[in-house]
Design a protein around this ligand. Structure first.
Ligand SMILES: Nc1ncnc2c1ncn2[C@@H]1O[C@H](COP(=O)(O)OP(=O)(O)OP(=O)(O)O)[C@@H](O)[C@H]1O
Ligand code: SF4
Ligand SMILES: [Mg+2]
Length: 363
């Protein structure tokens, strides 16, 4: 079902958009040196490098306020005019930041779909579910009349909503939170996107419904080959669904690795801290170690390593030098000046093997 190749609707006819990178970039969606700024001295998001491949699931984790949502809202130009961005947002190597509003609107929902934590903020409260679905089907797939209605019914059925003909006539307030989240997923699927950006899609749901919605996303990915960017503060949820995880802190990526490597051999003290604070169902009982303090507000981000005020293994260098993302192991990068030393966040396993490895190789 997913449109994994072929003509991109909405690309401008500008020959410059046929940049050589468009053919050579293996990533489906890539943020390159991406920066988000509000009026004020400090950018909220700084120098971000992130990519997701076709059919890949990338998880983005980090505490509240670290910039997970702002990154993707800004990348898709969904924030107000007082927000400026720098760098590139490359879809198949082409910078969507250069698209007109009209062309970008076709990419949003068509190639890249979004679902949010709170469906009530994304669904139109005064429009029937059927109208909202058929509008998207008309805009992104050119369907109308009976064809659009049939496809809307199929989508409702696909996301597990029974009694479709009646449901299409209803309004969002007539649905439970979990059902509205399913409607959001149906709306996202309506444009047959290549990539779904799901921002905390289950945080507002109770545990049983959360598991059902996550299973639904997993099944749909299996059927369609759709790539997924799953944003969550819950590293457990992300670990369950994603091939790769990027950890964000204070507007930067501090670690990225294949899920298994990140969960079993985290290299950045912040990732180690997140995992040390996570309860496990199996294994010996252990005391959980919370990370002291909170994420700094953008204007209060210290020079040097932004994690330094909370990092139990910080040294004086950390207050002055900004650590760059550095290769820590195969396909694993971390931004820490003490990478390669046998030290770790309390409660996390000390990476002893690193003692004999060279300190980080520049990325
Ligand atoms: N529209 C906005 N105007 C001003 N500041 C904003 C705006 N949106 C977010 N911020 C600020 O940008 C920073 C990052 O916010 P963001 O919402 O991206 O965090 P998050 O990682 O998604 O957190 P959460 O897990 O709570 O959703 C925060 O300091 C926040 O206060
Ligand atoms: S650079 Fe220093 S403060 Fe930052 S995470 Fe590494 S050890 Fe901690
Ligand atoms: Mg958020």
């Amino acid at each position: 079902m997913s449109r994994l190749s072929g003509q991109t609707p909405g690309w401008p006819q500008d020959p410059a958009s046929d940049h050589p990178a468009a053919k050579s970039d293996p990533a489906l969606l890539r943020l390159h040196d991406f920066t988000v700024s509000l009026p004020g001295p400090v950018p909220i998001v700084r120098g971000l490098e992130l990519s997701v491949g076709r059919g890949e699931a990338l998880g983005i984790v980090g505490e509240s306020g670290c910039g997970k949502s702002v990154t993707w809202l800004a990348a898709l130009r969904l924030l107000g005019r007082n927000v400026t961005t720098g760098g590139e947002v490359l879809l198949e190597g082409r910078d969507i930041g250069r698209l007109s509003e009209r062309d970008l609107a076709r990419v949003r929902g068509g190639r890249i779909a979004l679902i949010f934590q709170d469906p009530s903020s994304a669904l139109n409260p005064v429009q029937r579910i059927g109208t909202q679905l058929t509008d998207v089907l008309c805009q992104h797939r050119g369907l109308g009349g009976e064809a659009a209605r049939r496809e809307a019914l199929r989508l409702l059925d696909r996301v597990g909503i029974a009694d479709g003909p009646r449901r299409l006539r209803q309004y969002p307030h007539e649905f439970s939170g979990g059902m509205n989240q399913r409607v959001m997923i149906a709306l996202a699927l309506a444009g047959e996107p290549d990539v779904l950006v799901a921002d905390e899609p289950t945080t507002a749901l109770d545990a049983t419904i959360q598991a059902q919605v996550l299973d639904l996303i997993r099944d749909i990915r299996r059927e369609t080959g759709m790539a997924l960017i799953l944003i969550s503060h819950d590293i457990g949820v992300v670990g369950d669904l994603c091939d790769r995880i990027a950890v964000m802190y204070a507007g930067r990526i501090v670690e990225t690795a294949a899920t298994r490597d990140l969960l079993t051999r985290p290299r950045h003290p912040y990732t180690q801290g997140l995992l040390a604070a996570l309860p496990t169902l199996d294994g010996p009982r252990r005391r959980l170690t919370p990370i002291p303090g909170t994420v700094p507000a953008p204007a209060a981000i210290p020079p040097g390593c932004a994690f330094a005020p909370r990092c139990p293994i910080a040294i004086s260098r950390c207050e002055r030098e900004l650590p760059e993302l550095t290769l820590a192991a195969q396909d694993q990068r971390a931004a820490c000046l003490r990478l390669g030393e046998p030290v770790a966040f309390p409660g996390a396993p000390v990476p002893a093997a690193l003692a004999s490895e060279p300190a980080g190789v520049p990325a």
